[in-house]
Design a binder for this molecule. Sequence first.
Ligand SMILES: C=C(O[C@H]1C=CC=C(C(=O)O)[C@@H]1O)C(=O)O
Length: 489
Amino acid sequence: MLAPIDTLQYLKARLDEALDRLPPTDVEPTPEPAPQPVCPTDGDPAVRPLLSLVLALPRRPTHAPQLDGAQFQFAHAQRGTLSAGYGHAAEWEAAGPQRLRRLGDIARMLRRRWRREDPDETGFDAFAMLGFAASPDAVPQIEDHLPNAILWVPEIGLRSRDGEAALVLSATLPVARAELTARWHAALDRLVPQLYGPIDGPLMPAPLTREFAEPNRAGWATMVADALAEIRRGGLDKVVLSRRLDISGPRHLDVGRLLAALGCLFPSCQIINLRRHGKSFVAATPERLLSQTVGQGMHQGGGQVAVDAIAGTAPRAQTAEDDQALARALLHSEKNLREHRFVIDAIREALSGCCDDIRSPASPQVMQLSNAQHLWSPIEARARPGSDLFRLAERLHPTPATNGQPRASAQEWLRVGEPFDRGWYTGAAGLIEPDLSGELWVLLRCARICANRAELYAGCGIVAGSDAAAEWDETEAKLTAMLSALQYA
Ligand SMILES: C=C(O[C@H]1C=CC=C(C(=O)O)[C@@H]1O)C(=O)O
C-alpha cells in the first residue's frame, strides 16, 4: 500500500504522463457539433471550453478533507458514495425566475465544449455542482457566502463509490501546458496528503446556547392560526411554515467533525457541505428533489427519473414497540396522508409536462430517521428527450413538501408572512454530469455555520386539521437533527 507521500508522487507522475499524451491545450479546441439546436441564451454566457482529466486513486480516501477555500461535498454513508469539489475551474451565477433556464443553457453549451479524458479507464466522469436558494428572487446579503444560484465546476474533484475512487482535475482552455501542469501539481499538493488522514473523532459534547429564535412560540401559534384561516377561506390547501434558530457554542464549530457526526447519525441521508468565503452551509437531508440517469447514446435529456415525495411526520419513540405503533398511526393518519397526497399530486403534475410512464406507489411507506419518521413515496418516470436535469428541476421545485399548494399562492403567502428570508434552506443542490443528468437534494435539516455560531432552519406542512403545538414539536424534532450533531463539532 502506498504511503500518502508516495501516492502524491505517483499521481503527479501519472498526471504528467497523461498530459504528454493530450493534444495541445494552448489552442482553442473546436467544439463538437451540437446534436440538436442549442437553446438560445440571453447574452453571452462566456462558456470557455473545459478540459477534465480523471486519475484513479490507488486507495479510497477515508473522507473528503476540509481545505482552506471554496469547496463542496456530498456524502451518503448507506450508498457508500462521496463526491467533493475544491476550488474553481469555472462557475456561473444566476438569479431571478429564469435562473435554472440560464444555467441550463450554459450547461448545454458546456456539454459540447467539455473534453474529458479518463486514461486510467476508471469509469468516473467529470462533474459540476448545481445549487440554488429557495426563492429565485432572494437577493443574497452582502456577507452571504452563496449567490442565488450557481453552477460550479471544481478545479479538483473527488469521486468515490463501490470501493473505487478517482480525482478529476479541470481547467478552462486554452491554457499553456506548463501553466496547467503547475496548477494541477499544486492542486494535488494541497489535497492528496490530506486524503488518508484519520477522521477527526467527536469531541466531548458541548452545550449549545439558543441565542435567537424567529418566530418564537407565540409568533408560531399566530402564523399557524393565520395559515389555517387562509386554508378555511380556500386561498390555500397547504403551506409549509418554517422557523429559524440561532445557536452558539463554546468552541469553533469544526465542519469536518460536524459532517462526520451527521454521517453517523443519519446514514440514510445525503450529508452536504457548501463552503465559500469561510462560511459553510451544511445539511443532512432525507429528500431527493430528483435524480435522472441517462442511458448511453441518449442525447439532451431523457432517461429514468426518480423523485421522493416526503411529507407527513411522526416522532420516534424510546422502544421498538412504541416506534412501530407511531409508524402504524402515521400510515393511517388522515391528516398526514392528505398532507402527503398534495406532494404526490403536484410532483405527478410537474412531471407530466416532460415525462411519460409516471409511477407512484398506491400507498406511502415510512422512512425512519433517528429524529423523526416520515411518509415517503418514491415516484418514478421516464423523461422525454430534451428533458434534462435543469428543465426537470425548474418544473419540480419547490414541491408542496417545502412550499405549499397551490404553488403560487403558497409562495406569495410565505413571501409576505414568513419573518425571514429562507436563503438556501429548502433550495436544492447536487451534482450534474456532463450529459446533464444528475441528482439534486432538497436542502433540509440544515445550518449556516460560521466560527462558533450556527443558524438552523426547520419547517412543517400546515393543512386543515394541523395543531400549532404539535407542529412546533415537529419542528423541534427536525432541528434536533442538526443540534445533536453540532454538539460534537
Ligand atoms: C420542511 C421540512 O420538512 C419537509 C419534509 C419532510 C416532512 C415534512 C412535514 O412532515 O411537514 C416537510 O414537508 C423541514 O424539515 O424543514
